[in-house]
Design a protein around this ligand. Structure first.
Ligand SMILES: [Zn+2]
Length: 119
């Protein structure tokens, strides 16, 4: 797919990236207020350490997911620049536009994605 054909997807990808970055900002803001709330409760024995650890793990998992998504969006924008956008990065087949409409950041055709997720 040439740059002109990929242009609408590029616009969508940039919009998605802006959304994601503002979500990450919001998430960091949430961290700050949660840290304050934790400080308020400091010394209260009913806040078990196990519960605190679980919440922290969840927070880290959300952060990882956002980073993976951000990387996928950036990689897709790079492929638009290179003129390889819309081709499966594994087998080189043209990814159907219907799939790109739903997930413009996707690097793989549905078959390679399924194979990738099994590993
Ligand atoms: Zn493929």
């Amino acid at each position: 797919m040439n740059k002109e054909q990929a242009s609408p997807y590029g616009q969508e990808l940039r919009r998605m990236r802006a959304d994601l970055l503002s979500r990450i900002e919001l998430h960091r803001g949430g961290d700050r207020s949660r840290a304050e709330a934790t400080a308020d409760h400091f010394g209260h024995p009913e806040d078990s350490p196990a519960q605190v650890a679980t919440e922290k793990d969840l927070e880290l998992a959300i952060g990882d997911h956002e980073m993976v998504e951000l990387n996928a969006i950036n990689a897709a924008l790079t492929r638009i620049d290179l003129g390889t956008y819309g081709e499966c990065t594994d087998c080189g087949v043209d990814i159907p536009p219907a799939r790109l409409d739903v997930a413009p950041q996707t690097p793989r055709c549905i078959h390679c994605q399924e194979a990738f997720e099994k590993h």
